[in-house]
Design a protein around this ligand. Structure first.
Ligand code: URA
Ligand code: SF4
Length: 212
C-alpha cells in the first residue's frame, strides 16, 4: 500500500525514526525538497505539538519551526508559560511542498493524500514519546491527529478526547486543536493579529494546565 509504512521501523525510539526518515519515499514530496524535516525536542515530552509541514527555512535548515512561524510559536509558548525546550515539535507532513515562482518557493498546502502517506511517522513518534497531550496547530495537523476534517474555529482550545484518529492514541489523555502560527502572519490588520495571537496563547495555556 502507498505511504510511509515500509520506511518506518517498528517499535523504534525517536532517534531511530529520525535516522530512517531521510530514506522515505512514501509520497512524491521528498523529490523537490532539500531534505526531510523530522522533529525537535525531548523524546519523553508531556506535550507533542504537530504543525502542518516544514516551510522554506525549515526545508533549508532541516529543523521544524525555525522560520517566521517558529518565532510566533516560541512567543506564544512563552506567553502561555510553557518552556519551548520541553515540547516535542513535529509536523504532519515531513517534506516541504512548494511551487516555484521565479526564485521564490511558495508554500503549497499538502493534500489529504500526503497527510495520509506521512501518518505512519507521526504515529510512530507518538508511540515513542507517549505524551499526555497532543496539540494540533491548524486544520492539516488537526485532520492528521483526529482522523477527520476539522474546523479549527469550532474545536479550538478544548481538551478533546483523542478518539480513534490516531491508532496509537491509547495513552494520550487529550488532543487540543489550535490556530496555526502562520495563520496570524497572513493577517494584515494588527488588531486581528493580536486577537489570533491571544487565542493561540489561551489554547496553549489550557495545554499547560492539563499537564501540570
Ligand atoms: N509551519 C509548520 O507547520 N511547521 C514548520 O515546521 C514550520 C512552519
Ligand atoms: Fe515520506 Fe512524509 Fe516525505 Fe512523503 S512527506 S516522502 S511520506 S516523509
Amino acid at each position: 500500500r502507498p505511504g510511509a509504512h515500509r520506511w518506518v521501523p517498528d517499535d523504534a525510539d525517536v532517534d531511530t525514526l529520525g535516522a530512517a526518515a531521510p530514506a522515505c519515499r512514501g509520497c512524491e514530496l521528498w523529490s523537490p525538497a532539500t531534505q526531510v524535516v523530522f522533529s525537535t525536542g525531548p523524546d519523553d515530552a508531556d506535550v507533542v505539538l504537530v504543525g502542518e509541514q516544514p516551510g522554506d527555512r525549515e526545508d533549508r535548515e532541516g529543523e521544524p519551526f525555525v522560520g517566521p512561524a517558529g518565532r510566533v510559536l516560541a512567543e506564544a509558548l512563552e506567553a502561555a508559560g510553557i518552556e519551548s525546550g520541553t515540547v516535542y515539535v513535529t509536523n504532519a507532513v515531513k517534506h516541504f511542498r512548494f511551487t516555484e515562482r521565479g526564485t521564490r518557493r511558495l508554500h503549497k498546502k499538502p493534500d489529504v493524500a500526503h497527510v495520509r502517506a506521512c501518518l505512519p511517522w507521526l504515529e510512530a513518534e507518538i508511540s515513542a514519546v507517549r505524551p499526555r497531550v497532543v496539540v494540533a496547530t491548524g486544520a492539516t495537523a488537526a485532520r492528521a491527529v483526529l482522523g477527520r476534517p476539522v474546523r479549527i474555529g469550532e474545536l479550538r482550545g478544548r481538551l478533546l478526547d483523542p478518539g480513534d484518529g490516531l491508532r496509537v492514541a491509547r495513552d494520550v489523555e487529550n488532543v487540543v486543536v489550535t490556530t496555526h502560527p502562520s495563520a496570524l502572519l497572513r493577517l494584515r490588520d494588527r488588531t486581528d493579529r493580536e486577537q489570533k495571537f491571544g487565542e493561540l496563547v489561551d489554547d496553549l495555556r489550557t495545554v499547560s494546565e492539563a499537564v501540570r
